[in-house]
Design a protein around this ligand. Sequence first.
Ligand code: GTP
Length: 427
Amino acid sequence: MALFGKLRERLFKTSSKLGDGLDAVVREGGTEEPAEVASSEAPRPERPQEPSRPEPSQPAPPAAPPSEVPASPAPQEIPQAPGDGIRPATPAEVPPVGSPPPTPSPLTDTPPPGSDQPAPQPETRADAAPSGLIGRLFGRGAPAAAPVVRRTLDDEMLEELEEVLIQSDMGVETSLRVTANLAESHLGRRVSTAEVKMLLAEEIARIMEPVARPLPLYPSRPQVVLIVGVNGSGKTTTIGKLASQFRDAGKSVVIAAADTFRAAAVEQLQVWGDRAGVPVLTAPQGTDPASLVYDAMTKAQEDGADLLMIDTAGRLQNRADLMEELAKIVRVIRGKDPDAPHNTVLVLDATTGQNALSQVKTFKELSDVSGLVMTKLDGTARGGVLVALADSFGLPIHAIGVGEKIDDLAPFDPADFARALTGADPA
Ligand SMILES: Nc1nc2c(ncn2[C@@H]2O[C@H](COP(=O)(O)OP(=O)(O)OP(=O)(O)O)[C@@H](O)[C@H]2O)c(=O)[nH]1
């Protein structure tokens, strides 16, 4: 399945909830118009191609500040995304640049297994025919010019839109920013649901573009990737998925199970190592994690491994202990390679919603977080939090988890994500 279709299907709960909310906002205050009239009154937004909007009141999220990037050798001179790192997705899922847009999965797609989401509602007429919208945009009105529901974008509608965005966990500030940008370009215009979704998707993609960066690869051997995050956020699973993709890309990988506190965590990591075909270094329960990391660094260096991925404990109940444990691990790593760890990746669980924001704050205090992976975006209605994270912290988002299987880690594509989130038609 094409990536967009898969993402839309997996993000079903969020896009359905957000899309339904947007439908309701337009429908409840809108009126039907003949399609032809509508097409002349609602031209395509003027700035869909702008890479960024350097307005003082709407600053783009900063790139990861230099202080957050671990001291490390310069990355290989590989072109920017998609070539500047491992794109964590199976190649078949990544549409080549400039290729025709993938076919969207119909909104009537079956929800993901285990989802309790009810069957999707039929779309309103305003959204029913993407070709109608695309046709109008390009002067090819749909022959069966069905009436389209449109509403004038005024303060009341903006407030309602804000509410819908906030409910999708996008956060108050980010929701206000998105609607303010919408008001700037479209206040007073009559817009349909399809157009609102498309405009919101463009605003959201604009916020997220600067942070969509695959995990950078460095020439160091081993490149040390420290994986941090609270218990259950998906660290082990993400390490397994990443290791598998790195291995498929021809890299030799070693995994270190440094959460020595929980025997089950070590076993689980071993299962993932087996699946990915990657060795996992373990130590008996209760061993000092830093000593296991020392041994893992030694082995990875001796073996000439390309990557060493280190799973860490995520017990936040005792912050001081966790901070000390992570600090000790980093000291040991630096003793072996002063430039390591090269990446400290924070794994976040999308289902925790706004709580993910406080986790980023906490882990930024505990460690030198250099990038994020957000898991469990499948089957949650809280995917909007990723927009809030991008807007608030500007940390690179390397990948998103959209399922429990080994290939359910997708590259983060802001445009696809924004359209899947809002329920907008594919570009
Ligand atoms: N649906 C879904 N489930 C996921 C995803 N990523 C991880 N999980 C599930 O989340 C649960 C916790 O994942 P783990 O990888 O064990 O999380 P962890 O952070 O290593 O947890 P600890 O070992 O307790 O520290 C498991 O049941 C995974 O299958 C995802 O992208 N989607």
